[in-house]
Design a protein around this ligand. Sequence first.
Ligand code: SF4
Length: 163
Amino acid sequence: MASGRCRHGRAEGNAPSADVLAAVRRLLEEGARRVSRAQRFCMGTADCCRFRLTGETPHVTLGEAWLAWKAWRASGRTRVELPDDGSCPFLSGEGRCMIYEGRPLACRTHFCVSAGGALPRRDVIDLIHGLEDMDAALGGDGACRLPEAVERLSRKSAGRGRK
Ligand code: SF4
C-alpha cells in the first residue's frame, strides 16, 4: 500500500479493452494463489477495510481501478460514495467486500496480523511490476488511492452515459 495523490487524470476517460482487463485480472488471481500457498487466511474482520483504523489505504493502478469499477457496476450500483468514517466505499454494512471478484492486489495480499501478515513485497514484486506496466500502457501515472480512483471513474462514467 503506497502513498501519494492519484494522478490517473485524463487516462481515466478511455475504458481498457476486454483483453487488457483480462490480463489485469490474471495478475490479481495469481496474487490470490500465492496468498493461498503462503497459508494466509482472511479472518473476515474487515479491519483492513477501515482505513482510519489501520492508517493505510489500498492503492491501485489504473487497470485495477477499472476492474473494481466494473465489479461495482456488475453489482447493480452506479455512483461510488466516499463514507464519512473513512471506510472503504465497497465495504457493506455486514462487513463484506461488495467487489470481491474485482478487489485489487493490495486487498488480496496485504493481510492483517491475525491472518498471517502481508506477503513480503519481494514475493509479489513481479505482479506489481506487471500492473505498473499496464498502468503505463493505459496512460496512467502510477498507483493511487482506491476509493478516490474508483469514485472518479464512477463520475466520469455517469458523465458519458456509463460504459
Ligand atoms: S475493496 Fe473490498 S477488500 Fe478491499 S478494502 Fe474495500 S471492502 Fe475491503
